[in-house]
Design a protein around this ligand. Structure first.
Ligand code: 3SL
Length: 235
């Protein structure tokens, strides 16, 4: 039987072999939820960068610059990291260079994997279908916060483990822990996460509506896939 494992923080990536794996990168609040939303609203592609200067340099190549540091839009960038910004019809067909505190770093740390895809609650069922139709072993890489584990990415990892349980088995205790946590939280994730560190951080920044939106399941039927360093969806 195929196996699924969960890396709870990018700082633990050295514990995992990636060459035979489809990696699902997740940053529920908010990077991978933004990326999913952007593609669902017609963005052509997203080039993810760990560093600000690499991202900014893409402006000269016709890309919109997007992202945040510590939750706030980077000065001089075109877009921040709220999914609602990516619903703007004027962005349809545009290319975006994206950098975030943890999400794009998790993508960078996943390089070398057989395949890298983007997961969020917004495209949960499409990610499940995608993984069911793939022959690869699976590793979920949680973006966390600056090397620390967070609850919301762990819940998403648990949702995947739960929904794949009849086909792909947990490889160690991290996927089991995530699955059990998800089963405790699934009836009301907003309530379950109300004391979590990033929810509190976003609330301090007065960012409330993004939280509920990013915890909505199965709004979009797409799976962004990294192809030569650039995320795209298959049409
Ligand atoms: O760390 C990240 O990648 C971001 O998603 C964090 S924030 O929600 O924009 O603060």
């Amino acid at each position: 039987m195929r196996k699924i494992d969960v890396c709870l923080s990018p700082d633990l990536m050295h514990l995992y072999s990636v060459t035979d794996k489809t990696i699902v990168v997740v940053d529920i609040l908010r990077a991978t939820s933004c990326m999913t939303t952007a593609f669902a609203h017609g963005i052509e592609c997203i080039a993810p960068f760990a560093q600000l200067d690499e991202c900014l340099a893409m402006k000269a190549k016709g890309y919109f610059t997007a992202g945040e540091r510590n939750g706030e839009k980077v000065e001089g960038f075109d877009l921040g990291n709220s999914p609602f910004e990516y619903m703007n019809p004027n962005l349809k067909g545009k290319k975006i260079a994206f950098t975030t505190t943890n999400g794009t770093l998790a993508i960078a740390k996943s390089k070398g994997a057989k395949e890298i895809i983007i997961g969020s609650f917004l495209n949960l069922s499409s990610v499940v279908d995608y993984l069911l139709n793939s022959p690869n072993q699976v590793l979920v890489v949680c973006a966390g916060w600056k090397g620390k584990v967070n609850l919301e990415d762990t819940l998403f990892a648990g949702a995947l483990v739960e929904q794949l349980k009849n086909h792909i088995e947990p490889d160690c205790d991290a996927p089991l822990a995530a699955q059990r946590l998800y089963n405790l939280a699934k009836e009301n994730m907003v309530e379950f996460l109300k004391d979590s560190s990033h929810v509190k951080r976003l609330n301090r920044l007065d960012i409330h509506k993004d939280i509920e939106f990013c915890l909505t399941s199965n709004l979009y039927q797409i799976v962004p896939v990294l192809d030569n360093g650039v995320l795209r969806i298959n049409h």
